[in-house]
Design a protein around this ligand. Structure first.
Ligand code: PEP
Ligand code: MG
Length: 596
């Protein structure tokens, strides 16, 4: 049965990276497909079995073709995995059981195969050997291929993207994203994830529009479908009519002209009308982003995420690689400073040889500074690289996921050890390099007064702080509506962190995505934050709102907000306040953002 083409179908997701693109869908196959479950008549059994065997044969041919196409000797060392998949396709139980189920239970091939897989899955789960048990994922991979062939969906291979396409996937890990040739990617569309998942952050920093949390994208979209995606509003249109395409092209043109208007603010100082100056810095993940950060008016790099150095490789970065990367960073941003965050692996980012994918709760597992304290050799290598690079510019070190004072002390002790080694070897470095703690775990915010005695600055990571304070998984689209930056708990926590920082005589910065929204930026200013760091493209609009506001009015606004008891009351008050204060300006992006 031919697959019905969706025409002009609108689906709503979460705007993860702004921008409108129109392009062909490129379906990444690890997607979960929705299976039609149908009862059949006895006379349809033979036809259904044939359909099933045809899908098996197609799957076999595809895997053989993929295997033959691998030319790179390094990659071909891993081709045995394709043999495992081919063996699964020949598995007697898989084939016979499915065919028997079609005949006996009179169900379609998809349903029958699903029932067989359930049995196999249970059998796999009971296996004691961990390696064999893990082969469940191969079974899953092969079965998704068979299902796709049954449904007539196209398969695509993540590494050989050609042309300019919109990548559609159930999920994309940061490692997946980086495996692709990003020159060929016009946009991303995923079933799961939200605004602050790492892939969303990466898309924003690369200026690639993305929509996440669509739930049904991979079920509804076929490879080759024409798509429009709006990374601001989270809208996706499948096979749009000419009229709809034109309306999006028009909107894109309007947004571009608004962007051009706001870009005028990039080169102006980040100063309120009543003379309060703040530092607006950029969050980046690659040195290549520095020209964009500067063009958008960044006053330094407030967060340099170092995970990319470690991802998509089997070995670890050497001290020399660390050093060269951070040196380029320091030199290209000089005389401004760059804050380098030490490895924040874990959560939704894993290292090839240290994968902790089996953790039940990765967001609360062995991640970030906890990982560094366990793998001290890896940590020391990175610290040596940072310290050596500090001789070439103005660098600061930031420790992620600090939960209490002991972690800071331990991390600093290791840093001292590394410094001693360098001093002994007469290698130059900045002896008084500033040390900061990310405040993104509730225990750190509650003990911020204690932490302030031990570090030179705080950087509030609201992406995680909101996640842990409100118990909202930052990548779970089902609870994203509860991810409320203006929750009274969050405002109170930020206020108390800033007070602790100032009483301890240190500055408080923010590097979570919250700072990138003009209305939130004003509230953060009123709460007393000293430094703001955000994705580069948001800097001009935040600069604009700061330049046309008075510090004193942001303080009064904050005072008002503390009178309310719910996030929605606060949201509503802020929206009205913005509309009144800046008629026709900012309100559009604020209401669109707040929908997510
Ligand atoms: C944060 O948690 O707010 C943050 C900036 O770090 P990341 O998004 O990399 O976890
Ligand atoms: Mg974080």
């Amino acid at each position: 049965m031919p697959i019905q083409q969706q025409m002009n179908k609108f689906i709503q997701g979460i705007g993860a990276s702004p921008g409108i693109v129109i392009g062909k869908a490129y379906l990444v196959e690890r997607s979960k497909v929705r299976l039609p479950q149908k009862r059949i008549n006895p006379e349809q059994v033979e036809e259904e079995v044939k359909r099933f065997l045809k899908a098996i044969q197609e799957s076999r041919d595809q895997l053989i073709e993929i295997k033959e196409r691998i030319l790179d000797p390094e990659v071909s060392r891993h081709a045995f995995i394709l043999d495992v998949h081919l063996m699964i396709l020949d598995d007697e139980m898989l084939l016979q059981d499915t065919m028997d189920t079609i005949g006996k239970r009179k169900v379609n091939a998809e349903w029958a195969l699903d029932l067989t897989l359930e049995k196999l899955d249970t059998a796999f789960k009971a296996i004691e050997d961990e390696y064999l048990r893990e082969r469940r994922s191969d079974l899953h991979y092969v079965s998704q291929r068979i299902f796709r062939n049954l449904l007539g969906k196209k398969h695509d291979d993540i590494t050989k993207i050609k042309g300019k396409v919109i990548v559609v996937a159930h999920d994309l890990s940061p490692a997946d994203t980086l495996q692709m040739n990003l020159n060929h990617v016009a946009g991303f569309v995923t079933d799961i994830g939200g605004k602050i998942s790492h892939t969303a952050i990466l898309s924003r920093s690369l200026s690639i529009p993305a929509v996440a949390g669509l739930e049904v994208a991979t079920s509804l979209i076929n490879g080759g479908d024409l798509l429009i995606i709006d990374g601001e509003t989270g809208e996706v249109v499948i096979n749009p009519t000419e009229e709809i395409s034109q309306s999006f092209v028009e909107r894109k043109r309007r947004i571009k002209s608004m962007e051009r208007e706001v870009l005028k603010y990039a080169s102006l100082p980040a100063e309120t009308c009543d003379g309060v100056r703040v530092r607006l810095q950029a969050n980046i993940e690659m040195v290549e982003e520095i020209p964009s950060a500067k063009a958008h008016g960044a006053d330094g790099i407030g967060l340099y995420r170092t995970e990319i150095l470690y991802l998509n490789r089997k070995d670890l970065p050497t001290e020399e690689e660390h050093f060269q990367t951070y040196r380029r960073l320091a030199e290209s941003i000089s005389p401004a400073s760059a804050t380098i965050r030490t490895l924040d692996i874990g959560g939704d980012k894993f290292l090839a040889n240290y994968s902790k994918g089996n953790e039940m709760n990765p967001a609360m597992g062995l991640r970030a500074i906890r990982f560094s304290m366990k793998e001290t050799d890896i940590f020391k290598l990175q610290l040596r690289g940072i310290l050596r690079a500090s001789a070439y510019g103005n660098l600061r070190i930031l420790f992620p996921m600090i939960s209490g004072i002991e972690e800071v002390r331990q991390a600093k002790a290791i840093l001292e050890e590394v410094k001693k080694g360098l001093a002994k070897a007469r290698i130059p470095f900045q002896h008084e390099i500033k040390i900061g703690a990310m405040i993104e775990i509730p225990s750190a915010s509650v003990t911020a007064d204690i932490l302030a005695r031990e570090v030179d600055f705080f950087s509030i990571g609201t992406n995680d702080l909101i996640q842990y304070t409100l118990a909202i998984d930052r990548i779970n689209e089902h609870v994203s509506y509860l991810y409320e930056p203006l929750h009274p708990a969050i405002l109170r926590i930020i206020r108390s962190i800033v007070q602790s920082a100032h009483q301890g005589g240190i500055p408080a910065a923010i590097c979570g995505e919250m700072a990138a929204e003009p209305a939130y930026a004003l509230i953060l200013l009123g709460l007393g934050l000293d430094e703001f760091s955000m994705n580069p493209i948001s800097i001009p609009k935040v600069k604009k709102v700061l330049r046309i506001s008075r510090f004193e009015e942001t303080q009064s606004l904050v005072e008002e907000l503390f009178r309310f008891s719910t996030a929605s009351e606060i949201e509503c008050y802020v929206r009205n306040w913005m509309a009144k204060r800046f008629p026709g300006d900012f309100i559009q992006c604020y209401t669109e953002d707040s929908k997510t």
